[in-house]
Design a protein. Structure first.
Length: 259
Protein backbone atom coordinates (compact mmCIF):
# COMPACT_ATOMS: atom_id res chain seq x y z
CA UNK A 1 0.00 0.00 0.00
CA UNK A 2 1.32 3.43 -0.88
CA UNK A 3 1.46 6.40 1.45
CA UNK A 4 2.31 10.03 0.80
CA UNK A 5 5.41 11.48 2.36
CA UNK A 6 6.40 15.14 2.37
CA UNK A 7 10.06 16.16 2.25
CA UNK A 8 11.14 19.67 3.25
CA UNK A 9 14.60 21.18 3.44
CA UNK A 10 15.63 23.21 6.50
CA UNK A 11 18.64 25.49 6.17
CA UNK A 12 19.34 27.91 9.02
CA UNK A 13 22.17 28.77 11.40
CA UNK A 14 24.66 26.65 9.49
CA UNK A 15 22.46 23.51 9.54
CA UNK A 16 21.19 21.76 6.40
CA UNK A 17 18.64 18.99 6.94
CA UNK A 18 15.79 17.22 5.22
CA UNK A 19 12.66 16.51 7.28
CA UNK A 20 10.20 13.83 6.13
CA UNK A 21 6.62 13.66 7.44
CA UNK A 22 3.56 11.49 6.80
CA UNK A 23 0.17 12.71 5.56
CA UNK A 24 -1.00 12.96 9.18
CA UNK A 25 1.87 15.29 10.01
CA UNK A 26 3.67 12.63 12.03
CA UNK A 27 7.40 12.82 11.47
CA UNK A 28 9.16 9.93 9.74
CA UNK A 29 12.64 11.31 10.42
CA UNK A 30 15.39 13.54 9.11
CA UNK A 31 18.65 13.45 7.18
CA UNK A 32 21.55 15.77 7.98
CA UNK A 33 23.01 16.71 4.60
CA UNK A 34 26.27 17.85 6.17
CA UNK A 35 27.16 14.88 8.38
CA UNK A 36 25.09 12.17 6.66
CA UNK A 37 23.28 11.39 9.92
CA UNK A 38 19.93 9.63 9.46
CA UNK A 39 17.44 10.00 12.33
CA UNK A 40 14.39 7.72 12.22
CA UNK A 41 11.40 8.17 14.54
CA UNK A 42 10.17 4.66 13.66
CA UNK A 43 12.89 2.11 12.68
CA UNK A 44 10.37 0.35 10.44
CA UNK A 45 10.21 3.44 8.22
CA UNK A 46 13.96 3.93 7.72
CA UNK A 47 14.05 2.75 4.10
CA UNK A 48 11.01 4.87 3.24
CA UNK A 49 12.75 7.87 4.78
CA UNK A 50 15.91 7.25 2.75
CA UNK A 51 14.00 6.75 -0.50
CA UNK A 52 12.03 9.96 0.03
CA UNK A 53 15.22 11.90 0.74
CA UNK A 54 16.91 10.51 -2.36
CA UNK A 55 13.93 11.46 -4.54
CA UNK A 56 13.98 14.96 -3.09
CA UNK A 57 17.65 15.45 -3.89
CA UNK A 58 17.14 14.20 -7.44
CA UNK A 59 14.19 16.57 -7.94
CA UNK A 60 15.99 19.66 -6.56
CA UNK A 61 12.82 21.43 -5.35
CA UNK A 62 11.82 23.34 -2.21
CA UNK A 63 9.23 20.75 -1.13
CA UNK A 64 8.33 17.33 -2.48
CA UNK A 65 5.23 15.19 -1.90
CA UNK A 66 5.53 11.68 -3.22
CA UNK A 67 4.15 8.17 -2.77
CA UNK A 68 6.61 5.73 -1.29
CA UNK A 69 5.76 2.06 -1.59
CA UNK A 70 6.34 -0.44 1.19
CA UNK A 71 9.51 -2.28 0.17
CA UNK A 72 9.35 -4.79 3.01
CA UNK A 73 12.38 -3.22 4.61
CA UNK A 74 14.82 -3.68 1.72
CA UNK A 75 16.47 -1.53 -0.91
CA UNK A 76 17.33 -2.84 -4.36
CA UNK A 77 21.08 -3.14 -5.16
CA UNK A 78 21.27 0.11 -7.11
CA UNK A 79 19.53 2.05 -4.34
CA UNK A 80 21.79 0.45 -1.73
CA UNK A 81 24.91 1.38 -3.71
CA UNK A 82 23.68 4.96 -4.11
CA UNK A 83 22.91 5.17 -0.41
CA UNK A 84 26.36 3.96 0.61
CA UNK A 85 27.97 6.44 -1.77
CA UNK A 86 25.92 9.21 -0.17
CA UNK A 87 26.09 8.34 3.55
CA UNK A 88 28.98 5.89 3.70
CA UNK A 89 28.79 2.15 4.31
CA UNK A 90 28.69 2.14 8.11
CA UNK A 91 24.95 2.62 8.68
CA UNK A 92 24.72 -0.71 10.49
CA UNK A 93 27.81 -0.28 12.66
CA UNK A 94 27.17 -1.36 16.23
CA UNK A 95 28.24 0.72 19.18
CA UNK A 96 29.56 -1.06 22.31
CA UNK A 97 26.28 -0.65 24.14
CA UNK A 98 24.36 -2.56 21.49
CA UNK A 99 21.99 -1.28 18.80
CA UNK A 100 22.65 0.76 15.72
CA UNK A 101 25.20 3.53 16.00
CA UNK A 102 24.26 6.93 14.56
CA UNK A 103 26.65 7.82 11.77
CA UNK A 104 28.05 11.32 11.96
CA UNK A 105 26.67 12.06 15.44
CA UNK A 106 28.36 10.16 18.28
CA UNK A 107 26.79 12.62 20.71
CA UNK A 108 23.28 11.44 19.78
CA UNK A 109 24.20 7.83 20.46
CA UNK A 110 25.88 8.79 23.75
CA UNK A 111 22.78 10.62 24.97
CA UNK A 112 20.47 7.77 24.02
CA UNK A 113 22.54 5.33 26.09
CA UNK A 114 21.19 7.14 29.16
CA UNK A 115 17.71 5.69 28.54
CA UNK A 116 18.44 2.67 30.75
CA UNK A 117 19.10 5.05 33.64
CA UNK A 118 15.85 6.96 33.40
CA UNK A 119 16.82 9.73 30.98
CA UNK A 120 14.78 10.67 27.91
CA UNK A 121 15.97 12.70 24.94
CA UNK A 122 14.00 14.60 22.29
CA UNK A 123 15.91 15.55 19.14
CA UNK A 124 15.43 18.48 16.75
CA UNK A 125 13.06 20.54 18.88
CA UNK A 126 11.69 23.60 16.99
CA UNK A 127 11.48 26.68 19.20
CA UNK A 128 8.46 28.70 18.17
CA UNK A 129 8.12 29.94 14.61
CA UNK A 130 11.45 31.71 14.25
CA UNK A 131 13.34 28.76 12.76
CA UNK A 132 15.49 28.00 15.81
CA UNK A 133 16.14 24.30 16.37
CA UNK A 134 17.35 22.70 19.62
CA UNK A 135 19.49 19.74 18.59
CA UNK A 136 18.88 17.72 21.77
CA UNK A 137 16.60 18.21 24.78
CA UNK A 138 17.59 15.85 27.59
CA UNK A 139 15.32 15.13 30.55
CA UNK A 140 16.21 12.85 33.42
CA UNK A 141 17.01 12.41 37.10
CA UNK A 142 19.58 15.20 36.97
CA UNK A 143 17.26 17.78 35.43
CA UNK A 144 16.35 19.25 32.05
CA UNK A 145 19.04 20.33 29.59
CA UNK A 146 19.36 21.69 26.11
CA UNK A 147 22.47 20.10 24.58
CA UNK A 148 24.38 21.82 21.79
CA UNK A 149 27.49 20.38 20.18
CA UNK A 150 30.19 22.45 18.48
CA UNK A 151 32.61 20.52 16.30
CA UNK A 152 36.00 22.20 16.15
CA UNK A 153 38.48 19.31 15.71
CA UNK A 154 42.12 20.34 15.56
CA UNK A 155 41.38 23.75 17.08
CA UNK A 156 42.00 25.02 20.59
CA UNK A 157 38.91 25.93 22.61
CA UNK A 158 39.38 27.87 25.83
CA UNK A 159 36.73 28.52 28.47
CA UNK A 160 37.48 31.37 30.86
CA UNK A 161 34.52 32.25 33.03
CA UNK A 162 31.80 33.55 30.71
CA UNK A 163 33.98 33.63 27.61
CA UNK A 164 34.73 30.91 25.07
CA UNK A 165 37.49 31.40 22.53
CA UNK A 166 38.36 29.23 19.53
CA UNK A 167 41.98 29.71 18.47
CA UNK A 168 41.97 33.01 20.36
CA UNK A 169 38.75 34.34 18.78
CA UNK A 170 35.66 34.91 20.92
CA UNK A 171 32.60 32.86 19.91
CA UNK A 172 28.97 33.16 21.14
CA UNK A 173 28.55 29.50 22.21
CA UNK A 174 27.61 30.39 25.81
CA UNK A 175 25.23 33.20 24.91
CA UNK A 176 23.43 31.08 22.32
CA UNK A 177 23.14 28.15 24.73
CA UNK A 178 21.67 30.29 27.50
CA UNK A 179 19.14 31.92 25.19
CA UNK A 180 18.15 28.49 23.89
CA UNK A 181 17.63 27.15 27.42
CA UNK A 182 15.64 30.23 28.47
CA UNK A 183 13.34 29.96 25.46
CA UNK A 184 12.87 26.22 26.03
CA UNK A 185 12.07 26.86 29.69
CA UNK A 186 9.48 29.51 28.78
CA UNK A 187 7.70 27.28 26.28
CA UNK A 188 7.56 24.31 28.66
CA UNK A 189 6.14 26.53 31.40
CA UNK A 190 3.56 27.92 28.95
CA UNK A 191 2.59 24.30 28.16
CA UNK A 192 1.86 23.62 31.84
CA UNK A 193 5.20 22.43 33.23
CA UNK A 194 5.41 24.23 36.58
CA UNK A 195 8.47 24.69 38.79
CA UNK A 196 11.10 23.70 36.24
CA UNK A 197 14.55 24.99 35.35
CA UNK A 198 16.07 24.23 31.97
CA UNK A 199 19.85 24.45 31.90
CA UNK A 200 22.21 24.20 28.94
CA UNK A 201 25.17 21.99 28.12
CA UNK A 202 27.72 23.01 25.50
CA UNK A 203 29.58 19.96 24.18
CA UNK A 204 32.91 20.60 22.50
CA UNK A 205 34.39 18.22 19.96
CA UNK A 206 37.97 19.43 20.02
CA UNK A 207 40.68 20.40 22.47
CA UNK A 208 39.03 22.11 25.46
CA UNK A 209 40.95 24.09 28.07
CA UNK A 210 39.01 25.25 31.12
CA UNK A 211 40.46 28.11 33.17
CA UNK A 212 39.14 28.10 36.71
CA UNK A 213 36.30 25.97 38.04
CA UNK A 214 32.85 25.65 36.55
CA UNK A 215 29.77 25.61 38.73
CA UNK A 216 28.15 22.20 38.12
CA UNK A 217 24.80 23.68 39.17
CA UNK A 218 25.12 26.81 37.05
CA UNK A 219 22.92 27.69 34.07
CA UNK A 220 25.46 26.48 31.49
CA UNK A 221 28.11 23.78 31.61
CA UNK A 222 30.82 23.35 28.97
CA UNK A 223 32.25 19.85 28.56
CA UNK A 224 34.33 17.88 26.06
CA UNK A 225 32.36 15.24 24.18
CA UNK A 226 34.25 12.30 25.68
CA UNK A 227 32.71 12.93 29.14
CA UNK A 228 29.20 12.35 27.76
CA UNK A 229 27.23 10.45 29.08
CA UNK A 230 29.30 10.17 32.30
CA UNK A 231 28.74 13.83 33.19
CA UNK A 232 24.96 13.25 33.35
CA UNK A 233 25.27 10.02 35.32
CA UNK A 234 27.25 11.88 37.98
CA UNK A 235 24.56 14.52 38.53
CA UNK A 236 22.55 14.39 41.77
CA UNK A 237 18.96 13.28 41.27
CA UNK A 238 16.43 16.13 41.37
CA UNK A 239 13.51 14.69 39.39
CA UNK A 240 11.44 11.59 40.15
CA UNK A 241 10.88 9.05 37.32
CA UNK A 242 7.18 9.92 37.04
CA UNK A 243 8.02 13.61 36.73
CA UNK A 244 10.60 12.90 34.03
CA UNK A 245 8.06 10.85 32.07
CA UNK A 246 5.41 13.58 32.34
CA UNK A 247 7.82 16.32 31.23
CA UNK A 248 9.09 14.22 28.33
CA UNK A 249 5.52 13.62 27.19
CA UNK A 250 4.91 17.38 27.03
CA UNK A 251 8.24 17.92 25.26
CA UNK A 252 7.25 15.47 22.51
CA UNK A 253 4.02 17.32 21.69
CA UNK A 254 4.29 19.52 18.60
CA UNK A 255 1.87 22.04 20.11
CA UNK A 256 4.31 22.69 22.98
CA UNK A 257 6.75 24.41 20.64
CA UNK A 258 4.34 26.13 18.22
CA UNK A 259 3.93 29.29 20.29
Amino acid sequence: MEQLLTVRRWRRYGADRLFVTQETGARVGSVDLQSGEVVVDDPGLEDRLVQAAQEYLRADVAELVLPVQDTAGTLNPSEQAALEAWLGNDRDAMHPGGGRAERGSPLRARLERLAAEGWQVVHDVPLGRQGTLVAHLLLGPGGIFTVAEHKVPGRHVRLDGRLIEVDGQSVPFLRDARLEAQRTNALLVAAGCAAITVRSIVVIQGELEVTGRQDPLGPTLVVPRHVVPAVFRAMPATLEPARVAALANVARQRTTWAR
